[in-house]
Design a protein around this ligand. Sequence first.
Ligand SMILES: Nc1nc2c(ncn2[C@@H]2O[C@H](COP(=O)(O)OP(=O)(O)O)[C@@H](O)[C@H]2O)c(=O)[nH]1
Ligand SMILES: [Mg+2]
Length: 277
Amino acid sequence: MREGQWYPGNMARSVNQLRQDIKSVDIVIELLDARIPISSHNPLFARLLAEKKTLLLLHKADRADPDATGHWLSHFKERDQDAISFSIYDKQSINQLMRYLKREKSGKKRSRFRRPLRMMVVGIPNVGKSTLINYFLKKSAVKTGNQPGITRGRQWIRIHPEIELLDTPGILWPKITEDSSYPLAVVGAIPAGRYDLQNTVSWLINFYQENGIFSFMQKKYNGTGGQSEAGLLEDIAYKFGYLQSAGKPDLDRAAASLLHDFQEGALGRITLEEVPV
Ligand SMILES: Nc1nc2c(ncn2[C@@H]2O[C@H](COP(=O)(O)OP(=O)(O)O)[C@@H](O)[C@H]2O)c(=O)[nH]1
Ligand SMILES: [Mg+2]
């Protein structure tokens, strides 16, 4: 699959806009999917952000394996890269982010710029950028009434008296490589219909098998189909009545349903990419 193929808009234009926006902020928050910290990072961000202070948010951490997220945090710490485990459903992680930003702001006190700390959110599609921005937008609207610190031109959301967030996220599509295409499809970073469903689900089932957690899937669907992938998909089809006209199990619907359950967190908190050794 070619990069950018499924996203509207012109790649050069959005990268140029991103470059401009990055210039106008003090810090960039790059959202990674905590389940796939490797594949959800577009290497082009690293180049665009080379000179800029960056905070990584391991987003959707509520879906990832907490131990694996801990390993990722240590990994980044060893590399002097600031990173926070984050979920929009976890108030503590939101507080941690706010504490971090306030520290960043107070660290800049002596600077001749008295203006608020400015930041923006970047990440690949579906990683949770709008959710985070909307959270702050709602919150600041409640706090300050009708005019929540938004100025004209590029829009800024004042999320704290001394911290402003650009209301438009920077978007880059993921870089699809042989290694990253399945992880990206599995977490929902590639739109339905743009990847091979059966191969993707095969990859996911194989991940569970190789990591000794296949029984988790079997239990979930009252599996009697034994250890095989086909058996599992048949179990799912029969359990939910996904049948074709001749009463044969509809394995495509079963696969879609399995993937949906994974994305909803119904198949456990799973991290698909470990820290490289
Ligand atoms: N589990 C989980 N899902 C989240 C979280 N934040 C956002 N999402 C979901 O991820 C999906 C994509 O979010 P969105 O903000 O539209 O992503 P964007 O494309 O990066 O703007 C939505 O279904 C959100 O509800 C989170 O912290 N945890
Ligand atoms: Mg969005």
